[in-house]
Design a protein. Structure first.
Length: 498
């Protein structure tokens, strides 16, 4: 009996993926939405437990290598889990499970009971593929899982009630397909040069080809392809409509996970596979990322200020926040990269909570327009209270998670003596005050429309996850060991520090 726990621990990387991957077809066997939701919820929270167990094993700088099917790398497919992988795993599973908990009530108003099981199937497939992207050590499998997650995401977006959801899904499909094609070409070029797809093996073999034009083309294709998946400015065209017209709680999941996992792939390939010297030295990636990131932060923040639809406002905010992460990576110093990894987690948490709180309001008002949300702070005080906490976290008020991320980012800019960049970051935070303040002003200080004067507080199954996100935003603004502490060690490893 004493051998069972250790054997189970050894299989945790495979179990982590199989929990949601196997639960998906099981959900599709039923036409009972409630039963499918229970199966999906149990699988999601079991996946969270696995993620915590894996994080515990690698905490402090350890790593896990798991050989799928017993085939050793580079011939077999390897699963690799280190601290960066573990924090992204926790992001995907924990935030996905919280959204899944709230999903049943959210779906009940837009989808027939018999069809909900297929929706949960798609949701779990998306979560499983995001987990697969995170843990695989094989470059081609990154692409395979990336495409599975994209196909699932297109389906989730298209299930929105507004017919414009179909257009948004189609637009995302076109741009996502272009991005995937570019990534496939990049991986094909690397394979042609090295004869391997194992990412650790690639990192050892690519340096001898740094002067090869084929590798230069590979890097260019990869950068553009993954930037499309990340929705990095100016390749963000698909994101605002996708977030605006997808089903209510679904937006919370997509905002928390899809672009963050793509950013993780970008970090992993640029720093681990291609290498810092090649990406930022020979290919001069920083000269491209820095101005585009700053432009994205300012343009998207300014656009958000003038939106009159709450979901669209938060969607444009996401484009700006992704710019913060890209800029942190482009600074190429410890504080900047710490900010990128920290904000990847913190923004996922805060934006998932904001979209989920907004979904709770839409559940009652059936509209995401700011006019419909007027005075809702008086009729739905608990929901808007959670929204307010998450909103000030997004602004970067001290003692919230958002402040920690922005502090490291400004510090990274100052470390490079880039005072103008630090000033622009402060200006962008003032813009965040403008658009979040605009929403809070409408919710608390505008009179409620007559038809919404007597609406009730949101369902507890949606309200409790909102408050978990809000309390986590405060907690991680005070205790930064899991976020900035871990991200600091990750940054040192990625930059090649001893």
């Amino acid at each position: 009996m004493s051998q069972i726990p250790s054997q189970l621990v050894e299989q945790l990387p495979a179990v982590q993926l199989l929990l949601t991957l196997l639960a998906a077809p099981i959900c599709s066997m039923f036409r009972n939405g409630d039963l499918s939701w229970r199966i999906a919820t149990v699988a999601s929270w079991a996946s969270v437990a696995c993620a915590f167990a894996l994080l515990h094993q690698v905490w402090g700088g350890g790593s896990i290598s798991y050989e799928m099917g017993g085939w050793p790398p580079p011939w077999g497919i390897e699963v690799v889990i280190d601290e960066l992988t573990a924090i992204v795993l926790l992001l995907v599973t924990l935030f996905g499970a919280l959204v899944m908990t709230a999903l049943r009530k959210s779906l009940s108003s837009i989808m027939r009971h018999q069809r909900q099981s297929l929706y949960y199937t798609t949701f779990l497939l998306c979560m499983a593929s995001l987990i697969g992207i995170t843990i695989t050590g094989d470059a081609f499998n990154v692409l395979v899982f990336l495409e599975i997650s994209s196909l699932a995401t297109y389906t989730l977006i298209a299930r929105g009630r507004d017919r414009r959801a179909l257009t948004a899904a189609f637009r995302y499909l076109i741009m996502g397909t272009i991005g995937a094609t570019f990534i496939l070409i990049a991986i094909g070029f690397m394979y042609m040069l090295t004869g391997t797809l194992n990412m650790a093996d690639l990192s050892e073999r690519l340096p001898e080809h740094y002067d090869n034009k084929v590798l230069h083309a590979s890097f260019a294709f990869f950068t553009i392809g993954i930037a499309l998946k990340v929705a990095m400015f100016p390749l963000h065209y698909w994101l605002p409509n996708a977030y605006t017209y997808s089903p209510k709680a679904t937006t919370a999941f997509l905002a928390a996970t899809a672009t963050k996992v793509s950013l993780y792939v970008m970090i992993r390939f640029i720093f681990d596979v291609y290498g810092v010297e090649f990406a930022f030295g020979q290919m001069q990636l920083g000269t491209l990322l820095v101005p585009l990131s700053i432009a994205g932060i300012l343009v998207a923040s300014l656009t958000a200020v003038f939106q009159d639809d709450a979901k669209r406002l938060l969607a444009w905010s996401s484009v700006a926040q992704l710019g913060y992460m890209a800029l942190g990576m482009a600074l190429l110093n410890a504080n900047g990269l710490t900010s990128a990894v920290t904000h990847m987690f913190n923004h996922a948490m805060m934006k998932a909570g904001l979209f989920l709180a907004l979904a709770t309001m839409i559940y009652r008002t059936q509209s995401s327009s700011l006019a419909a949300l007027s005075g809702i702070g008086r009729t739905m005080p608990w929901t808007t209270g959670a929204f307010a906490i998450l909103g000030i976290g997004l602004i970067g008020v001290p003692f919230t998670a958002g402040f920690v991320s922005k502090w490291y980012l400004v510090s990274g800019a100052l470390d490079k003596d880039w005072l103008p960049v630090a000033i622009l970051l402060i200006i962008s935070s003032l813009m965040a005050i403008a658009y979040i303040g605009k929403m809070l002003d409408v919710m608390y200080f505008k009179p409620a429309p007559a038809e919404f004067a007597d609406i009730k507080e949101g369902p507890k199954s949606m309200l409790i996850p909102c408050w978990i996100f809000a309390l986590l935003t405060i907690y991680f603004g005070i205790d930064t060991r899991l976020t900035a502490g871990l991200a600091g060690r990750v940054a040192s490893n990625l930059l090649g520090a001893s």
